[in-house]
Design a protein around this ligand. Structure first.
Ligand code: IVH
Length: 680
C-alpha cells in the first residue's frame, strides 16, 4: 500500500496543485479582471486536470474547478449589487482548439442533426430578465447559480430594449456584453495618460466596466451586447435558429453571423470564413460556437455539471511567433513606476510589426523565467497588445551551457536603483511595481508630472507641449508644476525655436489656466490613482484644497470610487512638505484652489448622513438626476438594500426582490413625490 501511494503521489499532488492554480486563475480572470494565464494555458491546464481526475476517481471533489464555472461575483467587501439566484443555472461551454475534436463531437451526434454555427463573442455573459415585457433584471453569470444584478449599468446599452410589446411574459435572454475595440482602445489610452493599469483585452475592460458603481461612467465607456440564447415559458419555435430570428424581429440585438449547417464541410467553411473575417468586426471574438439546432434533440442530449452536451466551442488559435529577446530596458513613468520593456527582434504579428512588449513587472519576468538572449513566444490573441507568453527552451542556448560563459543568459536581476536618477528603488508591500521615490528630483517623473498638469483634461495650457516642456526642463526653467507660473517672457523668447509670439501664446495659456475649476486642478496635481472622474467626486465632497488637505481616511473612503489605496495616496500627498509648498505657490499664483460654485453643488444638508437606495423608474427625473440630487443634499446613494439603508426612493416597477428585502428589514419606501417634497 505504501509503495502504491508513493508511486501515485506525484499525480495526486498535481491534481491538488492544478485545482489551486485554476481557482486562482479564475479569480484573477473573473473578479480582478487581470488574468495572468493566457486562455490557452488555462484551457490546457483544465484539460490536464480533467484527465487526471478521470484517472483517479477516488480524488473526485465537487468543489474542483472542473465541476463548476469560474465565479465573477463581486467580493463581499465591495459595496455593491443585489445578488440574484438564477432561474436556470448559467453554464459554460466545452471548448477545443482542435478541429479534429470538433469533428469527433459532430460524429457522435444523431445523423439527422442540424448544427447552428455562431460567433463566440469574447465578453462576459449576461442574463436579461423580461417580465411582462419590461427589462427587470440583468444578472451576471456569477458562480453559475447566483449572479450580481447590474441592471443600472445594462440600461446604459442602447441596443438592449427596456420594454417590448408582445413578447412572452416570462422571458430570459442571454448573451454577451462587450466593449467594442474602438472604445477599449480609447479607454486604455486614457488610462495610460493617467498611469492607471491598462486592461489586457476588451473582455477584461467590459467586465471591469460592468461592475462599476457609476452608470454614467459605464455609459461613457460605451458597452454593447449580442444575445444568443432564449429561456422562459411559452417560447416560440422548436429550434434554436428560429428562436433567434424571432428574437431579432422582436427587437433584440442578435448577430447576423449565424448559419444552419447540415454537413461537416459547411461547418468548416463557416469556421474558415470567420477566422479571417472576424478581424473586421467591431468587437472581440475568440471562436465559433456550434449548437444542435433542434430543441428536442438538445433536451435529449442534456447537460453535464458545467456545460451543455448539445453545444461546443471551437476556439481560434492566437497568432504566435518565435523571436529573440534582445534586451530588457526600463522605463520610468510619471508616478515613478519602473516598467521593464522587452526589446525584440522585429516580427510580423496579425499585420503589425512588433519589436517591443511590456514585461509589466519583476514578478512577470520571474514567472516566465526570462533572460536576455532567450527565444520567446510572442502572442497577439484577444489582446491587441502583444505579449510574451513563454520561453522556448529548445532554442534558448543558455539552457544547455553554463550561464556564466554565454553571451546571453545572465541571471535576471531587476535594477536596484533608478535607471534615470540612480535613487534606490522601493517596492511597497502588496504592490508588484518597483518605484523610484525621488518624486521631485527624477527627470521623467518631473517632466511627466508637468506634461500631465498642462494636458487638455487638466489645466489645458495651450502652447506648452511635451517638447517645449522637455526644452524648458533642460534649460532649467521648469522643475515642477508651480514653476510654470514663474515663467517670464524673456526666458521663453530667447530659446531656440521660440520667439516673442510663442512666448505670448504660452503666457496667455498659463494665465487662462488660472480659471480652470478646482476639480480639474485636483486632477492636474497628479496624485497617484486620482483620475479625472475620481477627482470630480472628491472635489464635490471637499470643495477646497484646505478642506481636502485635512481629510481623514474614513471621510475619503466614504466617497464613491475612493478605496483605501486612493485615500492613502491623497493623505500621503498632503503630508509631503514639498507638495504643500507647490500647492501654496499655485495658490499664490492665482490658480483656483476651491470650488467657486460651492453654493450650487451642495444645496442643503437635508439628507446628511442618509444612505438611500434608488429603485424603479421615475416620472419627473432620471435616476442619474436623483443620484445627483441626493448627493447635493448631503446624502449617499447606495446600490443595495441593507439594515443601514435609511430609505428607498421607490419609483414605478420597483424590483420585487428589493421590495421583499426592504419589507423584511423594515426599510421605509418613499415615493418620488414625497422625496421631492422632502427637498423643498
Ligand atoms: S451559448 C448553455 N453562444 O462563451 C450555453 N455562448 O465559454 C449558453 N459565448 O458562458 C452559451 N458567444 O458567455 C453561447 N454564441 C454564443 C456565445 C457564447 C460567447 C460565451 C458565453 C459562455 C462562454 C463559454
Amino acid at each position: 500500500m505504501d509503495l502504491f501511494s508513493q508511486i501515485e503521489a506525484p499525480e495526486r499532488e498535481e491534481i491538488i496543485a492544478l485545482r489551486k492554480e485554476l481557482e486562482d486563475a479564475n479569480y484573477r480572470y473573473y473578479v480582478l479582471n487581470m488574468p495572468t494565464l493566457s486562455d490557452r494555458e488555462f484551457d490546457e491546464k483544465m484539460r490536464r486536470l480533467q484527465d487526471l481526475e478521470a484517472q483517479y476517481p477516488d480524488m473526485a471533489d465537487k468543489n474542483s474547478p472542473t465541476q463548476h464555472v469560474g465565479s465573477d461575483l463581486a467580493k463581499k467587501s465591495d459595496k455593491g449589487f443585489e445578488q440574484v439566484v438564477h432561474r436556470y443555472p448559467m453554464l459554460s461551454l466545452a471548448n477545443s482548439y482542435s478541429l479534429d475534436e470538433i469533428q469527433d463531437w459532430l460524429r457522435k451526434l444523431p445523423t439527422d442533426v442540424e448544427i447552428v454555427c455562431e460567433l463566440k463573442y469574447d465578453g462576459l455573459s449576461i442574463s436579461l430578465w423580461y417580465e411582462n415585457g419590461y427589462l427587470t433584471k440583468a444578472v451576471t453569470r456569477g458562480d453559475g447559480q447566483k449572479g450580481d444584478n447590474v441592471i443600472d449599468n445594462i440600461k446604459t446599452i442602447d441596443a438592449i430594449p427596456r420594454y417590448l410589446n408582445d413578447i412572452p411574459s416570462n422571458l430570459e435572454m442571454r448573451g454577451e456584453v462587450l466593449l467594442p475595440w474602438e472604445n477599449f482602445e480609447r479607454l486604455n489610452r486614457e488610462r495610460e495618460e493617467q498611469e492607471e493599469p491598462l486592461f489586457a483585452n476588451p473582455r477584461n475592460a467590459a467586465s471591469g466596466t460592468l461592475k462599476l458603481l457609476d452608470p454614467k461612467e459605464v455609459k461613457r465607456r460605451g458597452l454593447t451586447c449580442f444575445l444568443y440564447y432564449m429561456l422562459g415559458e411559452n417560447l416560440p419555435a422548436d429550434n434554436h435558429f428560429d428562436r433567434m430570428q424571432t428574437a431579432k424581429k422582436w427587437g433584440f440585438p442578435v448577430s447576423d453571423a449565424i448559419k444552419v449547417c447540415h454537413s461537416l464541410d459547411e461547418v468548416n467553411d463557416f469556421i474558415r470564413y470567420w477566422d479571417t473575417e472576424r478581424r473586421n468586426l467591431p468587437v472581440a471574438t475568440d471562436g465559433i460556437v456550434l449548437k444542435v439546432n433542434n430543441l428536442k434533440q438538445q433536451q435529449a442530449l442534456g447537460f453535464t455539471a458545467k456545460t451543455p452536451r448539445w453545444a461546443i466551442a471551437y476556439k481560434f488559435p492566437a497568432e504566435r511567433q518565435l523571436t529573440k529577446l534582445r534586451r530588457i530596458t526600463y522605463q520610468v513613468g510619471r508616478t515613478g513606476v519602473v516598467t521593464p520593456v522587452a526589446n525584440l527582434d522585429p516580427i510580423q504579428l496579425s499585420g503589425t510589426v512588433v519589436q517591443r512588449a511590456t514585461l509589466h513587472n519583476e514578478d512577470f519576468i520571474r514567472s516566465l523565467g526570462l533572460r536576455e538572449g532567450d527565444m520567446v513566444w510572442v502572442e497577439k490573441g484577444g489582446e491587441i497588445i502583444p505579449k510574451i507568453v513563454a520561453v522556448e527552451p529548445s532554442v534558448s542556448p543558455r539552457r544547455y551551457r553554463d550561464v556564466t560563459e554565454t553571451l546571453n543568459g545572465a541571471e535576471f536581476a531587476f535594477p536596484t536603483t533608478c535607471p534615470e536618477c540612480g535613487t534606490p528603488l522601493v517596492r511597497m508591500e502588496g504592490e508588484s511595481a518597483w518605484r523610484c521615490p525621488n518624486e521631485s528630483g527624477c527627470a521623467p517623473q518631473q517632466i511627466g508630472r508637468i506634461v500631465h498638469f498642462v494636458s487638455r483634461k487638466a489645466m489645458n495650457i495651450d502652447g506648452l507641449g511635451e517638447e517645449t516642456i522637455d526644452l524648458f526642463y533642460r534649460e532649467g526653467l521648469l522643475r515642477n508644476i508651480a514653476d510654470i507660473y514663474d515663467l517670464r517672457k524673456e526666458d521663453i523668447a530667447r530659446l531656440e525655436g521660440l520667439g516673442e509670439k510663442s512666448a505670448d501664446n504660452i503666457l496667455a495659456g498659463i494665465e487662462a489656466s488660472k480659471q480652470v475649476p478646482w476639480s480639474r486642478v485636483l486632477f492636474a496635481l497628479g496624485i497617484r490613482m486620482v483620475g479625472e472622474t475620481t477627482a470630480k467626486k472628491i472635489a464635490r465632497r471637499f470643495t477646497s484644497v484646505d478642506t481636502l488637505q485635512w481629510a481623514s481616511k474614513e471621510e475619503l473612503t466614504a466617497i464613491d470610487d475612493v478605496g483605501d489605496q486612493i485615500a492613502e495616496n491623497i493623505i500621503a500627498y498632503f503630508l509631503d512638505i514639498k507638495n504643500l509648498e507647490i500647492v501654496n505657490r499655485l495658490r499664490q499664483a492665482g490658480v483656483t484652489m476651491e470650488d467657486l460654485s460651492t453654493g450650487d453643488t451642495r444645496l442643503s444638508d437635508a439628507l446628511e448622513g442618509k444612505s438611500i437606495v434608488i429603485s424603479g423608474t421615475f416620472a419627473h427625473h432620471s435616476r442619474d438626476e436623483y443620484k445627483d440630487m441626493i448627493e447635493a443634499h448631503g446624502g449617499k446613494n447606495v446600490g443595495s438594500v441593507s439594515k443601514k439603508t435609511s430609505f428607498i426612493l421607490a419609483g414605478e416597477n420597483m424590483g420585487p426582490e428589493k421590495r421583499k428585502k426592504a419589507e423584511s428589514l423594515g426599510v421605509p419606501m418613499i415615493s418620488e413625490d414625497e422625496f421631492l417634497a422632502m427637498l423643498q
